[in-house]
Design a protein around this ligand. Sequence first.
Ligand SMILES: [Zn+2]
Length: 254
Amino acid sequence: MLVDSHCHINFPELSEQLPQLLDNMKEHDVSYALAVSVSRETFDEVENLANTYPNIFCSVGIHPAEQDAAEFSVAELLERASHPRVVAIGETGLDYHWCEGDLSWQYQRFITHIEAAKQSALPLIIHTRKAGQDTLKFLKEHNADCGVIHCFSEDIEFARAALDLGFYISFSGIVTFKNAKSVQEACRYVPDDRLLVETDAPYLSPVPFRGQLNQPAYVKYTAQHVATLRGQTFEKIAQITTDNFFRLFNKAQR
Ligand SMILES: [Zn+2]
């Protein structure tokens, strides 16, 4: 059994073919997926999916690169976090790739999400792009100690610091890319009990589907690559990443 710990199956290119995607998951032994919110509107979509399908969970949050998104207050996040199918806060974090200039709005949004995670006792889903040091700084300063660094694209030093804070590390299709040497090095370093796998579908399809539309079933190919990199069996990777998912997102029931 595998779990896709991060996907966006509500995005239009995927939601149009949802029955097929769910069949493909079954065929690839991907038993669960976490559909991640990136805005107010997409929260309603992912919650609807999670209410409809027993093997889909969801999160609540606003993506750091959604510059013009209507903000959630801490109270609004907490209200939604109390819904039964909502198992995490995010995705949140910092993004210096898509956003520049005065980023005080992005910092404030991140702090709001960290506060909601602490008050709800739900894990954070962290997105960080070209902002590694500041992301760590905010997590540390605001005493965030539970969550996942999603779609890991940093290096081993960052992995070590995030692990020290108590975070899990999730690897996407990036880890299968030939030139992703520092991500692969980090993947070998992460201890068994902190490792997760994800697709981030519709983006970042793993080899051999690189460049094509991604889907939750393809987490299998990432898991196979992770197994090879770490010198472990595929079955072992499937087991530890599934156990880790349900330990971290402990509101999610098997
Ligand atoms: Zn995402």
